[in-house]
Ligand binder design. Sequence first.
Ligand code: PXP
Length: 256
Amino acid sequence: MRLYVNIDHVATVRQARLTDEPDPVRAAVLAELGGADGITVHLREDRRHIQDRDLQLLMETARTGVNLEVASEDEVVGIACDLRPMQVTLVPERREEVTTEGGLNLEAEGPRRSVTRALQRLQDAGIRVSLFVDPTEEGVHRSAELGAEAVELHTGEYANAVGAEVRGAQLTRLLTAARQGEEAGLAVHAGHGLTYENVTPVAALPIIEELNIGHSIVSRAVLVGIEAAVREMRRIMADASRRVADPGRWLPPIGF
Ligand code: PXP
């Protein structure tokens, strides 16, 4: 099973200050060194985290595959067609949402028409397309009907389920949808809300080829990295107080 690491929230921290750190592209390099099979980014229409430049640089530097998540909108689909990542995952997007809340609605005619058009443009550009859907028979069958190469099953309801029974029922839902996807000839991926605590039962489902995990990995990285980061700052401060007998020499000249 492949692990695609979603680095959006590295950019979320950077955008909180509109500065240049932490750099999601550097995070991608480190994620690859840690064993990621690929890197996922979501270029949202409101550009709340990943920026166009990040995506451009990621395409130039990633040694693994890039999975680009976009809405079925002309502007972002056009960017995907120009950059030609290894895979595009079409996702629903609402400006007011905190994160992608549900799978694509492939039942209503309007949204289905937008997805069909986006899928066609992407496939014409030679890009493999995955559709992010709820783990339902309709979601999987519509995806196969539309000609997608893969489906990504939304694991959010599984992740939010409280209690062994409810969680077990959500896992069964995922397994059933995964089987239907396999029977329909689709590659089956899964993701959203997966954490170090809840990933094991999903990672044990053999039909699923790929997991997309972001928030939990970025959260863990902050915690496992903070001790080293503080030590490094302490060391710089200690070196400075030892070396600089005359702090005045670090001040800029008058008129600078
Ligand atoms: N898959 C899709 C389609 C997503 O939109 C997201 C969130 O951007 C993820 C997976 C990753 O979810 P999380 O950050 O909760 O791991």
